[in-house]
Design a protein. Structure first.
Length: 543
């Protein structure tokens, strides 16, 4: 008998427990609402969120929001494609030969078409509300290390680690995914409501009845096929089955840091969990100690002449009988201890800020800090995300573009494309860091050579055309049809020389005719003549 989606969930859930427990611990110290201690649907609405812990420090939450925003801007920059569509060079060459045109002209036309397709894909991303879903997924990756995206035709949906289980092979490829959602009965199909009508959930009583909906996703790399279906109470929902090829897989199971042999990823918060726990404890101690120190308690000498009840009833500015020596306010006298705790807490905050790439962590404590110093340190911190960029490029950016291209081709927004003709290439994240390093090294090289040789000799050693192309490559700009080739430059130079020669000869002939004298001889000892239709000098004019 074939296993049901619920039975597969029960089997895979046991292995997920240790990763979910770790994610809950990380969420408690950063953003408690991301992965709460208990499922939000296990009681009255909002019951789980009312029990969320209140933190004594906000360094974890600020760090998560900061690095999530940085990753979103790097992986999905606004109004700029994070990918570039390219075509197979061999096919373009064959096509140019068949059309009998120059390859450069063909490339220019194809670039215009591909650029239009890139803008259409960006518009599709906005329509399916990709940015909010990706930002939510990045926050879960930072805190829990895992997230699941479903790329639907009209919307992208995100699932947290509490809502799905995954099984991967030893190479890290996804083999099976099971999603569990709790849905109100009123949102289920009518025939399903009729089957479960009359059943009373004794645990919820009069509350709105919920049902568990399981989605099972099976991936078979050998058959190049992804299949999924949904079931409720062990019965498959009619019309819920679907399939696709691997390149068009709508289920994207994301990880932040991959560990060999593990089906789940690890988070960034987990790497600094000890610092966050210590920071929370010290912050709590300082806050509670400060509250104790702020409490004003007066002590009155019981053997003195001052009466405590008179002081307690006295209003501000009142005059009462008593002796000031009989009254003393209680003091904690823990300033040195608080200073030590505060110093340790500031050190921990600095380390947490370094982990989350916050700008405050890279600014050294000095009167003057140059902008260049901050820029260099910021670039070093950004380069520390190379591993994150590489895995998200392979598991998020590339599959997302391929899925959208398939959906747009299916809806008729794209013409039918042959397999392997057009391939997306990611241009942000790790690729941008690599190009930025190439540009920085090239700029540094030019500055060093110019300082050593001087501007005149420097210009004689550098090829301007090649320099322009390398700077364009460092910024990821295709120079085909944009930068002039050597042949074009030579042709323009020759044309400019001929135009100058023709202009000088014409002016000489006009001046000679006006004065009635032969034009002044040119530097060769011969009198200048006119220019024939072929652009060659004619015989000199007789005196």
């Amino acid at each position: 008998m074939k296993d049901t989606a619920q039975s597969r969930w029960n089997n895979l859930e046991l292995y997920r427990t240790i990763y979910l427990r770790r994610a809950i611990d990380c969420s408690k110290l950063t953003v408690p609402s991301l992965v709460p201690e208990s499922d939000q649907y296990n009681g009255w609405a909002g019951e789980a969120y009312n029990a969320l812990p209140s933190l004594y420090q906000g360094a974890g939450a600020n760090g998560v929001n900061n690095i999530s925003a940085k990753l979103l801007l790097s992986l999905y920059p606004p109004s700029v494609p994070f990918f570039r569509l390219t075509m197979d060079a061999a096919r373009v060459r064959d096509y140019a030969e068949q059309q009998g045109g120059q390859e450069e002209n063909i490339l220019t036309q194809l670039d215009q078409v591909l650029s239009k397709m890139e803008r259409q894909i960006l518009a599709k991303l906005d329509r399916v509300q990709a940015r909010p879903a990706i930002f939510e997924a990045i926050k879960h990756l930072i805190v829990a290390g895992n997230a699941l995206l479903y790329i639907g035709p009209d919307r992208i949906k995100m699932y947290s680690l509490r809502s799905f289980c995954v099984d991967r092979d030893p190479e890290g490829n996804v083999n099976e995914i099971v999603v569990k959602e709790q849905v109100s009965c009123k949102y289920l199909p009518s025939y399903v409501r009729k089957e479960i009508e009359g059943k009373v959930n004794s645990e919820r009583g009069s509350r709105e009845e919920m049902r568990d909906v399981y989605t099972h996703v099976a991936i078979d790399p050998e058959k190049d096929r992804v299949e999924w279906f949904q079931e409720v109470e062990g019965k498959q929902l009619p019309g819920s089955a679907g399939f696709s090829r691997l390149n068009n897989n709508p289920w994207l199971c994301l990880r932040l840091h991959s560990i060999a042999g593990e089906s789940y990823g690890r988070s960034l918060v987990e790497e600094c969990l000890g610092d966050l726990q210590s920071l929370e404890s010290l912050a709590q101690a300082i806050v509670e100690g400060s509250l104790i120190s702020a409490k004003a308690i007066g002590l009155v000498n019981p053997n003195g002449v001052t009466r405590a009840d008179v002081l307690a009833r006295a209003k501000n500015g009142a005059i009462v009988a008593g002796n000031a020596a009989d009254v003393e306010f209680l003091q904690v006298q823990k300033q040195n201890d608080f200073a030590t705790a505060l110093q340790t807490m500031q050190l921990l905050e600095k380390r947490v800020q370094f982990t989350f790439l916050q700008n405050d962590a890279i600014r050294r404590n000095a009167e003057r800090v140059t902008a260049e110093e901050i820029r260099v340190m910021a670039e070093q911190l950004e380069e520390g995300l190379g591993g994150v960029y590489s895995i998200l490029s392979a598991e998020l950016q590339m599959p997302l573009v391929r899925r959208l291209m398939y959906l747009m081709e299916k809806d008729g927004e794209f013409p039918p494309l042959p397999d392997g003709l057009i391939q997306p290439v990611v241009t942000t994240g790790l690729e941008a860091i690599g190009r930025g390093n190439d540009k920085a090294r090239l700029t540094n090289f030019l500055q060093t050579i110019a300082a050593a040789l001087g501007p005149e000799q420097f210009a004689s050693y550098i090829n301007p055309t090649e320099l322009v192309r390398r700077f364009a490559a460092a910024d990821g700009i295709d120079t085909a049809g944009l930068v002039k080739t050597e042949q074009q430059l030579q042709a323009e130079q020759a044309q400019a020389q001929q135009a100058m020669l023709a202009q000088s000869l014409t002016q000489g002939a006009i001046q000679g005719g006006a004065t009635g004298q032969a034009p002044s001889p040119q530097p060769g000892g011969e009198a200048a003549g006119g220019v024939d239709q072929g652009g060659q000098p004619t015989a000199p004019i007789a005196a």
